[in-house]
Structures are given as C-alpha cells and as structure tokens.
Design a protein around this ligand. Structure first.
Ligand code: ACO
Ligand code: PYR
Ligand code: MG
Length: 349
C-alpha cells in the first residue's frame, strides 16, 4: 500500500490532483442504458431529468459483436445530452479487466469524453491490484488528454475473491467512489444453485421446531445476501465511500424489488441500479428518506441543539447516538432537497 503522504499524489505527471473528499452527489438510482441501441439512446434525453445517474453499459448484456457500437454510442450519448446542466451523473460500466475490450474502452473514453464522464464502473474486481492498475491507467490517460477532473472508480463486488478482499478494494485509491453488490455473477462464482439476478429464494428459509401435535410448521424466507451486503457496507463506510445495491432482475416483481432496495437503504446504501424505466420511481422513493422520519429526526436535532445530553420525544429516549442518526437522515434529506424540488417541499426545506 502507498504511504500516507503518497496516497493523494497524482499518479502521472500532468494528471489532475486526486479528490480529497468525494463530491457531494445524490445517487439514488444508477439507470442502466444499452448504448448500442439507437432507439433506447434516443430516449435518454427524456429519461435523464428523472434520474440521478445514467450509466452506459458496455459489459454483460451487451453482445460481443456490439461492443464497438456500444462504445461509440457512449461517446455519442456524452455529447447528445448535457448531463452536467441537468445535474445528472454520467457513468460507464467497462468490460472486465481480463477481457479483450477494456483497454480500448478506457483509452477511448478518456480521450473522447474524459471531461464528461464522472465515474467508471469496473466489474468483477477481485482485489486492490485491479484498482491500482486502472487508477494508474486513468492517471496516464488524463495527463495525456488534459483532463482536469479525476474520473472516479466504482467497483462491482461479484466474485468470492472480491468479497474476501472488499476492505482493501474500498481503500485502494482516492478515486474509489463506491461499491455495488453484483448478485448474479457472485452467485455463479460461489456455485450458488440459483438462476436469479438478486433478490431472495423461496428455498432459503428458517423453519420452526416440530409441534407436539404434528401441525404445520411455519417457515420464513431469509435474505441470501445479508452477510455479503453487511461486509460491503462496513468496508465502504470505514473508507468513506458509498455502498449500493446492484441490479434486481425480476422486472415483473416491483414489490420484491422495492423490498430489496429498502433493505439496502436501511443498511446504509446510497442507491441501487435501475435496469428498466419502471424501477426508477421505486429507487427514487426508497432512497429518499420518508418525510415523516425526516420530520422526527428534525425534532431530535431541535431538542438537543449541541448534540449532547438526553431528551424524551414521544416516549423515546434520545441521546448523542440518536442525534447522530438524526443528523445522517436530515443531511441526506437536505442533499436530496437541493436537487429535487418535489422532495424539498415534502421535507419542508
Ligand atoms: C447482472 C447485470 O449485469 S445487470 C446489468 C446488465 N443488464 C442491463 O443493463 C439490462 C438493461 N435493461 C434492458 O436491456 C431492458 O430493460 C430489458 C431487456 C431488461 C427489458 O427490455 P424490454 O423487454 O424492451 O422492456 P419493455 O418492453 O418493458 O420496455 C418498455 C420501453 O422501455 C424501453 N426501455 C427498456 N429498458 C430501458 C432502459 N434500461 N433504459 C431506457 N429505456 C428502456 C424499451 O425500449 C421500451 O421502449 P418503447 O416503448 O419505446 O419500445
Ligand atoms: C451486477 C452484476 O454485474 C451481477 O450481478 O453480476
Ligand atoms: Mg456481473
């Protein structure tokens, strides 16, 4: 690992100085777009004002013979829509580092759209060495092409080795913006016997003990992802970067999608992916704190102006620790309100 003094030094002569703090951005949903499809790309201008992030996907779900078209479509998209003016992030998911495509992709993206891309998402990150490699490559390309703002990195946690190394991945570079859970590839990597993209499974349950009278035993479905998810959230929080839930593939089950997103929100995630336009509103609602909870959090802050001591509100004890939770909630709401007039009104900011 780098020394403390070396950590924030640019990795190439002429590369921009690394971010010291992550830029404050609302990222409730990362909306995936297949950029090789002209018809879908043409609709991005309409969708962009309704989302926080548009992601041009070059990796899985893009056919091998369309990788070039997807890259060209991404560059075109970065010029066709003024994402900065809309306050919408532009992200790109490149192909994985052992694929034949990633090198040309990164070189072309930085050369042709380096000043317009906020975050590059790197799939199948196995350990900090993957981040060191892409960090150095980006610095060299940014220097070469005069990019003035460092492009951030987002890792997908989707292999058993990646899960084992998640703490080092989260802290590998000042470029690290966040990590998303990739439940589909992770399931394959672990030899899980499933065929889903995220969500639960009806077979993964706990069952109550047998009853003396032999009557039916209740059982409840459990969360397959809890362990990995909690490990990822702690690694991200400890390193000051953002955790995200990834994709929910059952487009036809908005109820389960909402529940999966809500579990992620409650655990500390900043957002989730939307694969289909119908998932945008779900993510927006779930990852914007409930106005009633925000109102209660404001009361805690008002009751304890310096954040110390003890207070009772509606029968509930408040102290320094609940004050800190309330501050997380109100700060999150304030950030959303600054971007989203609808929520500004709901929160009373
Ligand atoms: C495990 C992982 O790696 S997950 C990440 C990789 N996967 C992806 O990125 C998938 C992205 N999503 C998609 O490709 C599509 O949404 C699919 C294939 C899942 C479903 O597509 P369809 O069957 O066409 O959905 P549907 O018919 O409901 O689409 C309705 C409209 O929304 C459009 N649409 C669908 N998905 C998107 C999208 N992600 N962004 C913008 N528009 C979209 C369709 O083009 C269609 O437009 P139209 O009415 O003008 O014809
Ligand atoms: C997100 C992703 O790429 C996966 O689940 O495999
Ligand atoms: Mg994957």
């Amino acid at each position: 690992m780098k020394t403390a003094r070396g950590f924030f030094k640019p990795l190439a002569i002429g590369a921009p100085a690394p971010w010291r703090e992550l830029p404050a951005r609302v990222e409730r949903m990362i909306h995936f777009v297949p950029p090789h499809l002209d018809k879908v790309r043409a609709k991005v201008g309409e969708i962009a004002p309704t989302v926080d992030v548009i992601l041009a996907n070059l990796e899985d779900a893009i056919p091998a013979d369309a990788k070039g078209a997807a890259l060209a479509g991404t560059i075109a998209l970065s010029r066709e829509v003024d994402f900065k003016a809309l306050g919408v992030g532009l992200w790109v998911r490149i192909n994985c580092l052992n694929s034949p495509w990633h090198l040309d992709e990164v070189a072309t993206l930085v050369e042709k759209a380096g000043d317009r891309i906020d975050v590059i998402m790197v799939p199948k990150v196995e350990g900090p060495w993957d981040i060191f490699y892409i960090d150095q490559l980006l610095a060299s390309l940014e220097a070469k092409h005069g990019v003035t703002r460092p492009i951030l990195l987002h890792a997908i946690l989707e292999t058993a080795e990646g899960v084992m190394n998640v703490e080092q991945i989260a802290g590998a570079s000042p470029r690290m913006q966040g990590i998303s859970l990739g439940p589909a590839d992770l399931a394959a990597s672990r030899a899980m016997k499933t065929t889903r993209v995220g969500g639960g499974h009806p077979g993964y349950r706990v069952i109550e003990d047998p009853h003396a009278d032999g009557s039916a035993r209740a059982s409840v479905q459990q969360d397959l992802w809890h362990y990995t998810f909690a490990k990822m959230v702690d690694a991200c929080a400890a390193h000051g970067i953002k955790p995200f839930y990834g994709p929910f593939g059952a487009i036809d089950d908005p109820v389960a999608c909402e529940q999966q997103f809500r579990n992620a929100f409650l655990m500390g995630c900043a957002g989730a992916w939307s694969l289909h336009p119908s998932q945008i509103a779900i993510a927006k609602q779930v990852f914007s704190p409930d106005p009633a909870e925000v109102a209660f959090a404001k009361r805690i802050l008002e009751a304890m102006p310096d954040g110390s001591g003890v207070a009772m509100i509606d029968g509930k004890m408040q102290d320094d620790a609940t004050w800190k939770q309330a501050k997380v909630m109100v700060d999150c709401a304030r950030q959303i309100a600054a971007k989203d007039a609808e929520y500004a009104a709901l929160y009373g900011f």
